[in-house]
Design a protein around this ligand. Structure first.
Ligand SMILES: [Zn+2]
Length: 305
């Protein structure tokens, strides 16, 4: 526990220059709270934190898994990324930070039976998901790319953006739609009425736009606890998370072309199965998606609906 607190403190210091979004979440503020929180963690998560608390060991294992994957793909004409070692170190640090920041509502913890983050998919199978849209022109480019490559995807839409795009909605035909709340509020901060409204208003906005939402939903930021899951369950909604985070919303990822696609590919190779998180609202996303689909071509991965 002491090492967790030290890491937590280091994380807080490192976070001073992070975007405000990180501040919306509650990290343990005392030893007692940290103890209580850690007691709530499921076994998988605890094991992960313990591994991450020893970065050298973790880096070695990840590097080993990367090497195996890379050997396999290099025979198919893809060169291994030159900065694989750095990537592994950065990713381990990122996971450490997430684990300590989001102990109660993290997207990394499966809280309820029926929630999925993609670990249950068959090996080499992935789902592509796009959040926060629609943003008509940009979403349209993403849809066109997916159609041209015959890849299915799920779009987790915001009710507010559906309303704003009325009359100029992108053509979602052939793709699945899920509920991502009305205006991307941080759900655990809302009262029960506001919470229910976030979900039901999005359903209404979709119906108004002539769209049918699936019974899939995704909490903004992955921030949900038992209460949020219960509210969604009352509406018959199933929670869908992710295990491959493209980080395509981060300015430092966007500033270097290809970085988002390379990170996403590296995580797909590492995890071998899962749900990829991207955002169709960012102008860089279509080009990064095109690059990613290019990388995936020789890999014999299946993109499933
Ligand atoms: Zn979102």
């Amino acid at each position: 526990m002491r090492i967790l607190l030290v890491l937590w403190f280091m994380t807080r210091v490192a976070l001073a220059r992070e975007p405000a979004i990180w501040d919306q979440f509650v990290a343990p503020r005392s030893q007692a709270e940290a103890n209580r929180v850690s007691g709530q963690l499921n076994q998988l998560y605890l094991a992960e934190v313990q591994r991450l608390a020893r970065p050298q060991w973790w880096a070695k294992e990840v590097a080993q898994r990367c090497r195996q994957n890379l050997q396999e793909i290099s025979s198919q004409g893809l060169a291994p990324p030159p900065d694989a070692r750095r990537f592994v170190q950065e990713y381990a640090a990122e996971q450490q930070r997430l684990a300590l920041l989001y102990p109660r509502c993290t997207s990394e913890i499966r809280l309820q039976t029926g929630e999925t983050a993609g670990w249950d998919l068959p090996e080499r199978s992935f789902r592509l998901t796009f959040d926060d849209g629609p943003k008509p022109a940009n979403t349209g480019r993403v849809l066109a790319l997916l159609r041209a490559n015959r890849k299915p995807a799920i779009f987790f839409v915001l009710g507010k953006r559906l309303q704003e795009a009325a009359g100029a909605l992108p053509d979602y035909q052939g793709f699945l739609l899920g509920n991502h709340s009305f205006d991307h509020s941080n759900l655990p901060t809302l009262n029960p009425q506001q919470l229910a409204k976030q979900l039901s208003q999005t359903e209404a906005a979709a119906a108004q736009a002539g769209l049918v939402l699936t019974r899939l939903w995704r909490a903004p930021y992955g921030a949900r606890a038992a209460r949020e899951l219960k509210a969604a369950e009352n509406l018959g909604l199933h929670s869908v998370l992710w295990n491959v985070d493209s980080q395509d919303w981060q300015p430092f990822m966007q500033s270097q072309p290809g970085r988002i696609a390379r990170r996403t590919l590296a995580l797909m190779l590492l995890h071998r199965r899962g749900i990829v998180l991207m955002h169709d609202i960012h102008s860089q996303t279509p080009a990064e998606l095109a690059l990613l689909l290019n990388y995936l071509q020789p890999l014999n991965f299946t993109i499933v609906p």
